[in-house]
Design a protein. Structure first.
Length: 504
């Protein structure tokens, strides 16, 4: 792995699943580092507007080359900034991804190995680091790291939250505004959430314009239910859908209908992105605002024959739609615009992991990266400057069963992906055979080369990369104690109260 010195500098120090939570996490001192350096800076730190969708795969964007879906505002954002062509969700599932972007750590180091677990408290989160440097911090939309009301300790550093946990309901969503609520908004949820985000930006400029803000906005669409979006975006003909060739023939007609609705959701949230960009221009802060757009993971949409968790007629290992090492699940859009420092219209094939989000944003804001962060800062890639050679691969994983009371699902696996190759293997051999794909010659990952003697050298090389990732991150995948019921790592993870009750 390249740049091992850089990796080891901020290495996770734990090496086994038996380690206590106290050893896994570093303390948080709000008076440390960032806040003192903020006082003496002559140039104000940039604002941050981090927007992400739920279950939006890379290929469902005009900026990714899709000629069917209409995403004019996302495309405009891409033309004005930097597109990461190899952005990957290291753990392609809702809650683990969210924990990764907030902590810069993998699930075995931040407390969230699966959906519906609680973040460990004693760690520096992105909003805590930003707040210590003088930022107003806010989160709007789907949280999926705990139910409201959102008291101070449950906000993990956010000054303000207007959120729900997980509803899968695009109309009539109920929110908690910090401790207050619940309050219901009947309109299309992304529209109401964008209303609130615009109001936050306007109020901040009017009342606290001397200081920067950092707002995270999480839209639930295009996550199912696919058919719940404004009628004006019901514009796609299933017959014209660009179906991936890895969709089984028997599922093709169904997949086209489903993807047509999925694209309707994508175009609907694209319109909200346009409203946000227009607001930044109107407020005169676009030049000094880092705007990111991404997704927590992708969606199979029938590729490789995968269905959804509610498809009880399918084998449990095929009820996925996400949490697999396949491209449809792990490959996500990531666009970053920062006019003050990022030249417009650039694209990069640098490998960019979800754990890299936190350190990259902190570096762009001139804030020191906290100890224990496992991701890498790619700020120099963003700004086009010299810097450490970034890793040549991304570490991928699934740590659990999707929901705590689900005993079987896609299985626990670890993988690694380079610009060309993807390799993964499962903890239990009966869950799935290892996979090795040559994405250069097989972009839809239809020919598994694992076990093929002609590619034994490549498989050995990828296995060596995987072993290095395990060692350098302290991942107890092969050594840690496991729960007897589910086979998940037993590391004193904390279930949210409602799931703890369901589990007893």
């Amino acid at each position: 792995m390249n740049d091992q010195k850089c990796v080891n500098r901020r290495n996770f120090l734990g090496r086994a699943g038996e380690m206590s939570v106290g050893l896994l996490l570093g303390g948080y001192d709000p008076s440390a580092r960032g806040s003192s350096s903020h006082e003496g800076t002559e140039t104000r730190r940039p604002n941050i507007l981090f927007v992400f969708a739920d279950q939006l795969r890379y290929s469902a964007m005009g900026s990714s080359g899709n000629r069917v879906v209409r995403t004019p505002h996302f495309d405009r954002l891409a033309s004005q900034g930097l597109v990461f062509e190899n952005a990957l969700s290291s753990h392609p599932l809702c809650s683990p991804y969210r924990a990764q972007i907030l902590t810069g750590k993998y699930g075995f180091a931040n407390g969230v190995p699966d959906n519906e677990y609680l973040l460990w408290d004693n760690q520096v989160t992105l909003p805590r680091a930003l707040k210590a440097a003088g930022y107003f911090t806010a989160y709007v939309g789907k949280w999926h790291l705990g139910k409201g009301p959102y008291t101070k300790e449950k906000r993990h550093g956010f000054d303000y939250m207007f959120s729900f946990n997980c509803l899968n309901r695009h109309y009539g969503a109920t929110y908690h505004e910090n401790e207050a609520g619940p309050v219901t908004i009947e309109k299309f949820a992304p529209e109401g959430e964008t209303d609130r985000t615009i109001q936050l930006m306007e109020d901040h400029i009017n009342k606290r314009g001397h200081s920067p803000f950092a707002i995270v906005l999480s839209w639930e669409p295009p996550h199912w239910p696919y058919d719940k979006y404004p009628e004006q975006y019901d514009i796609y003909d299933p017959a014209q859908i660009d179906l991936h060739p890895n969709v089984p023939r028997q599922m093709a007609e169904f997949a086209r209908r489903e993807i047509a609705q999925y694209y309707g959701n994508v175009t609907a949230i694209d319109a909200q992105m346009g409203r946000l960009m227009d607001t930044l221009d109107r407020l005169g802060i676009a030049e000094d605002t880092i705007v990111c757009f991404s997704s927590d993971h992708g969606d199979h949409l029938s590729s490789h024959g995968y269905g959804k968790p509610m498809d009880r007629w399918m084998h449990p290992t095929k009820r996925a739609s996400k949490s697999t090492p396949f491209d449809e699940a792990v490959h996500i859009p990531f666009i970053m615009r920062y006019p003050r420092k990022v030249n417009a219209g650039r694209r990069t094939r640098v490998m960019f992991s979800s754990v890299d989000v936190m350190p990259t944003l902190l570096s762009l804001c001139g804030i020191e990266i906290p100890d224990g962060v496992q991701g890498h800062s790619l700020a120099h890639i963003v700004t086009g400057q010299d810097g450490p050679k970034p890793p040549d691969s991304v570490y991928l994983m699934n740590m659990g069963n999707g929901w705590p009371n689900r005993e079987r699902w896609v299985g626990c696996w670890r993988g690694v992906r380079t610009d060309r190759w993807v390799y993964a293997r499962w903890y239990r051999a009966e869950d799935h055979e290892p996979v090795l794909f040559d994405r250069q010659n097989d972009p839809y990952e239809r020919k598994n080369l694992a076990g093929n003697p002609k590619f034994a050298g490549i498989q050995q090389e990828m296995e060596a990369r995987l072993k290095r990732w395990m060692a350098e991150t302290g991942d107890p995948f092969e050594t840690g104690r496991r729960e007897p019921k589910r086979g998940m790592l037993d590391m004193k993870f904390t279930l949210q109260p409602q799931w703890l009750e369901a589990d007893t």
